[in-house]
Design a protein around this ligand. Structure first.
Ligand code: 45D
Length: 166
């Protein structure tokens, strides 16, 4: 299956990025719960994902405490210049998607910190959620790629940081 090329100016991507960090994580989680069963990592299109790399990154999250797991995810969204965010920034968009999918599955399985059951989406996040639900599957894939692609830190795009030595 092929997907349309990314449109970085898509309204939904901007809307997503305009949410605060925790609302982005929460909305992404609600999206997963809505579509989880239609995601099939073994699908033919999965050939461009690197399961070994996504799993290695996921293992780094899994072995941390719940608080650290949450911080790692927040750091990806805020582009904090960490070793982990650089590892993330160096992988392909499809592998990034697979990594987020593994994280969400970890939440399902209780190995990754869950969203509190009483956590509420803001009105803006809720409105975006409703728009996303109405998109076609291929449009959703393009959107998710555009969301996960710029997260983390592209190690080729940043100057040496004397504070962290990275
Ligand atoms: O206390 O082509 C808050 C592949 C604050 C195959 C929180 C694919 C309060 C190849 C932040 C709420 C399968 C890769 C706590 C395609 C608080 C291929 C915590 C498709 C604790 C197309 C929030 C893959 C947290 C797809 C921890 C479509 C939130 C993958 C975490 C889609 C949220 C993956 C997470 C999706 C959300 C993953 C981890 C939608 C993950 C969503």
């Amino acid at each position: 299956m092929t997907y349309t090329t990314s449109n970085p100016s898509s309204e939904q991507v901007k809307g997503f990025q305009a949410l605060d960090v925790d609302q982005q994580l929460a909305l992404f989680w609600f999206i997963y719960t809505e579509m989880g069963e239609s995601i099939t990592p073994a699908a033919p299109g999965a050939s461009t994902a690197s399961p070994t790399i996504a799993e290695a990154l996921f293992e780094q999250v899994k072995e941390r405490s719940h608080e650290e797991q949450l911080q790692l995810q927040r750091d990806l969204i805020t582009h904090k210049n960490t070793q982990f965010a650089r590892g993330y920034g160096a992988i392909s968009d499809t592998t990034k998607l697979l990594f987020w999918y593994l994280l969400a599955q970890g939440m399902d399985h209780g190995t990754v910190i869950p969203v509190p059951s009483d956590y509420k989406l803001s009105d803006a996040a809720e409105a975006l959620f409703n728009q996303i639900k109405r998109l076609e599957f291929s449009e959703q894939m393009t959107l998710f790629r555009d969301i996960v692609s710029p997260m983390g830190v592209d190690p080729n795009a940043v100057e040496h940081d004397s504070e962290t030595g990275l």
